[in-house]
Design a protein around this ligand. Sequence first.
Ligand code: KG4
Ligand code: ZN
Length: 335
Amino acid sequence: MRVLGIETSCDESAAAVAEDGVRLLSNVVASQVDLHARFGGVVPELASRAHLETINGCVEEALERAGVSWTDLDGIAVTNRPGLIGSLLVGLCAAKTYALCSGLSLVGVHHIEGHIAASFLLPDPPSFPFLALVASGGHTELILVHDHGRPEPIGSTRDDAAGEAFDKVARLLGLEQPGGPAIDRLAAQCDDGAERFPRAHLGDSLDFSYSGLKTAVARRIEALGPGIDDAARARIAHGFQMAAVEPLVMNAVRAAERHGVRHITIGGGVAANGLLRSWLAAEAESRGLRVHLPPPALCTDNAGMIAVAGCFALARGRRDGLDLDAYASAPLPVW
Ligand code: KG4
Ligand code: ZN
């Protein structure tokens, strides 16, 4: 089965072709990072317009790189929720038009369902049931994945998303957006001890909280004043990153142990973080758990993960009509 995936939920226009849900024939991402850079964050109206200009080119390139034509495909999968509504509508409208013209089946994919599906592309994919940690600019979720279409959310952020905290702290430190990769790089330059920032204690819960950490970092930067030097900024970046990553690691392993699952996967832009990847791998190994780490390019937004999720959905008979709609927020679908 070959499925074309289309993803436009935020600031990446992306198209990809997946085969049988286990390999990608192409994975094209057109980033809008430069477009939004001078505004210090994604401007929704600009994002929608840019998707409109780029998405058809991405689809053509994805088919060309995959070496397939429309008649070689079995369906079209598109992210239709959650995300920036104007951006989602552009991808959805493109997908519906292609489906109508080609006669191919259409299926709407939840963005988080896509991030989870990225791990099926690994040479050693997780076996069910597994625990998925999805941390991005809009989400911080722990999901017990019983099977395809059977996700059970068991932990979530109570305020800011992890990626949002990285982006806000980067802004406070005068770094470019998106802030995650910039903090990741600056933290690596710290060689004389990290700042210590508080962790949120949420008792037995598997939830997360990032607003207190962000405020603590803001206070520290304010206290250091305008004369803050590069070494101090690196110590703050390192300390923030440790405080942000620790709950992701600890909640993931606690959740896996509590629910008796041995496999952990990660997804979402924050899953590209170097410290998160190495810390989680070490912590899991010491507890006899297996961690599956998709490469960073499959953790950040891409259409390959949407095409993979689409393969499994279509294979199990899920279909949507041309009345499929887009939603800014939506729970994970059970089907
Ligand atoms: O999944 P994604 O590409 O888009 C959303 O669905 O939100 O995630 C983007 C988020 C941004 O907040 C970005 O700063 C963060 O992921 N991110 C990182 C890293 N790379 C991207 N955070 C920490 N370390 C990174 N290396
Ligand atoms: Zn995402």
